[in-house]
Design a protein around this ligand. Structure first.
Ligand code: SF4
Ligand code: SF4
Length: 313
């Protein structure tokens, strides 16, 4: 008789779906206006935009950028990052972040996991640390300058970037904030649009009047979707500064994956299923905490010999 093997895929999918709804819970007030929902003063190291009117919870890095521009020291947001990072590392990327979930759905729809050449993959992973560095540099220096009372010119020069350089272009703010707002505004013109569809020239004239920042936001969102189709979790691997921040903690977190060297046949089904393209077989078997590991448990499910399992602590 075959032994039952627990699979993480379905529980993770359910948690990701519920998280998507919970993070954007204020959108329910569009359908049920009598619901008295408010954002909670709590942040998680995921992508959840402070720019979205429907966010019930904010991403830690967004809150850190915003508070530094006030200027206030973001004690609570930083505290949560340290606490979550120390205990579960980058697991919220694999289980809670809505943008991570959307990329997983895109890969599922595509039906296969494409890989990148190991050299390109290794070099490109560093880009997200650069994004994190400049985000913290701009927000940190602005916060310090404002605190010392000499930052107003700097703030003016930064313009929209002052309240958070990455907030200004982050794709979740566009997807869950800008686009729903634009659709709400456009709703009134829908009937006139249907009665007299615009000509190509009118559409082009309208597009050319699009503010540059909005055009940039839409472009970043398009890149996010296109890249996710080509490479699983492209954004998480190469661009996301929150992913970079949590990758630093992942190295030292209590949670990791253990590989039983007796059961392991080095087949390597686990590596083939890993959306972050981690070379699992090159990592220590007692416990591995690769900075790219999002603890999605795909490798654990994929192993036909049951040699991988969660290790905590
Ligand atoms: S790396 Fe960024 S986008 Fe990806 S799951 Fe983590 S927080 Fe979300
Ligand atoms: S090593 Fe395993 S748990 Fe970590 S990201 Fe890859 S498949 Fe997911």
């Amino acid at each position: 008789m075959r032994r039952f093997k627990f699979k993480w895929t379905l529980p993770r999918f359910i948690v990701q779906l519920l998280s998507l709804l919970a993070v954007n819970a204020l959108a329910f007030t569009l359908v049920y206006p009598y619901l008295n929902l408010k954002s909670i003063p709590f942040s998680l190291p995921i992508l959840a935009s402070v720019n979205s009117p429907y966010s019930a919870i904010y991403g830690s890095l967004d809150l850190i950028q915003l508070e530094l521009s006030q200027p206030e020291f973001p004690w609570i947001a930083i505290g949560f990052v340290f606490l979550i990072g120390a205990v579960i590392g980058r697991a919220l990327c694999g289980w809670v972040c809505p943008m991570g979930f959307i990329q997983d759905i895109i890969t599922t729809l595509k039906g296969k996991l494409d890989s990148v050449s190991p050299r390109t993959d290794k070099a490109s992973k560093n880009f997200k640390y650069l994004v994190l560095f400049f985000t913290v540099l701009i927000s940190g220096t602005l916060g310090l300058a404002l605190y010392l009372g000499v930052g107003s010119d700097y703030k003016d020069a930064l313009g929209i970037l002052a309240s958070g350089p990455f907030i200004a272009i982050s794709p979740e703010g566009t997807l869950f904030g800008t686009i729903p707002t634009l659709l709400t505004l456009a709703r009134g013109s829908l009937s006139s649009f249907l009665l007299r569809p615009p000509t190509i020239q009118e559409v082009w004239a309208q597009l050319s009047r699009t503010p540059p920042l909005l055009a940039l936001r839409l472009f970043v969102l398009l890149v996010f979707f296109g890249a996710a189709w080509e490479v699983p979790r492209f954004w998480c691997r190469y661009v996301c500064p929150t992913g970079a921040l949590m990758a630093i903690f992942q190295r030292y977190s209590f949670a990791g994956i253990k590989r039983d060297p007796v059961k392991c046949m080095k087949c390597p089904h686990c590596e083939v299923r890993c959306p972050m393209q981690i070379s699992i077989l090159d990592l220590p078997w007692e416990k591995f905490n690769d900075p790219e590991c999002i603890l999605c448990m795909e490798c654990v499910d994929a192993c036909p010999h049951g040699s991988l399992s969660l290790k905590f602590p």
